[in-house]
Design a protein around this ligand. Structure first.
Ligand code: DGY
Length: 313
């Protein structure tokens, strides 16, 4: 019996790439010559597997007349043209729930690293500077006021961790979240004005583009720290670089950037920023769980026509 044909959109981890190949007839979307490839093979494809670095735009979707499902390896799915998929009745899944702890840990790691200057202190020791004098004092995360932009699953996992640090947690989301013990701010700027540290964890996409703009950064101010574990698009990156360079913002911990893997050169010259290569969910444990859920969604749709974790409506 012939197996369904699944299009693998790069980049995929070798494990996910190989697992798809073991279970299905797999094709790889090439980096070059896509129109010719899609014209030749498009009709064979019933499913796509992708991750946040791989764009699945309307051009790809509409070149696949028999496409029925897109299984995204990641909770964020701003890499997919969802309206184009839904217009054709194509189902889309993501991987919520399994990466909350890893991303929350990353947010805390960034906040601690910036506030306690962990990276700079490490370089200080390695350079032998300790012998010449003490490292300058830093600022605590414990008992600080932390604002969370986006109180979904990951935001709540961050809040729980911050409670253990004795922090005062407040948040801004599109809607007030019932039943949480955190103060709600009506806007991102209002939230930023009332906290020491701001953590962005909203979904990417048009509705959150540049949510953290100059007004928000100035409200956070010269002693404030921004942590972004969401998407680069959530922050006006030019405004962020300017605020840091001009000393209008105290520091930043960034796991995501506007045009990954490009990182503004000016950031690399600053010692009050910590830069990570989008590794929020990148642990062995979490990536295995994300991979399993991606494959389970695909199998579920192909077997029963239902997804385990469809993207929110
Ligand atoms: C996600 O799942 O959206 C994360 O950004 C992947 O690391």
């Amino acid at each position: 019996m012939s197996r369904p044909t699944v299009l693998r959109v790069p980049p995929l981890s070798p494990q996910l790439h190989d697992a798809v190949g073991e279970q299905y007839d797999a094709l790889d979307l090439p980096a070059e010559g896509r129109p010719a490839f899609l014209a030749e093979h498009g009709a064979e494809v019933v499913a796509i597997v992708c991750t946040n670095g791989g764009q699945v735009d309307a051009g790809v979707i509409n070149a696949l007349p028999n496409l029925r499902v897109i299984a995204n390896h990641g909770v964020g799915y701003d890499n997919i043209d969802v309206p184009a998929a839904l217009a054709r009745g194509i189902a889309v899944s993501n991987t919520p729930g399994v990466l909350d702890d890893a991303v929350a840990d990353t947010a805390l790691a960034l906040l601690l690293a910036v506030r306690r200057r962990v990276v700079v202190a490490d370089l200080f020791v390695r350079a032998g500077e300790w012998q010449r004098g003490e490292f300058p004092l830093t600022t605590e995360v414990s008992r600080s006021r932390v604002g969370i932009l986006g109180l979904g699953r990951i935001g709540r996992a961050i809040a729980t961790r911050l409670e253990a640090f004795g922090c005062t947690v407040s948040y801004h989301s599109r809607h007030e979240v019932p039943g949480v013990p955190y103060a709600y701010a009506a806007s991102a700027a209002e939230l930023a004005a009332s906290v020491d540290n701001l953590v962005a964890v909203v979904p990417g996409g048009a509705s959150t583009a540049a949510l953290v703009d100059r007004e928000v950064l100035d409200a956070l101010g010269p002693t404030g720290v921004l942590v972004n574990v969401a998407r680069g698009s959530v922050v006006d990156q030019d405004a962020l670089v300017a605020a840091l360079v001009e000393g209008r913002l105290g520091g930043a911990g960034l796991d995501v950037f506007a045009a990954e893997p490009e990182v503004p050169a000016a950031l690399a010259d600053l010692d009050n920023v910590v830069l990570l290569p989008h590794v929020g969910s990148a642990t062995h444990e979490t990536r295995a769980a994300m991979r399993a859920l991606t494959l389970d969604n695909l199998a579920s749709w192909l077997d029963t026509g239902t997804l385990l974790t469809p993207i929110p409506e």
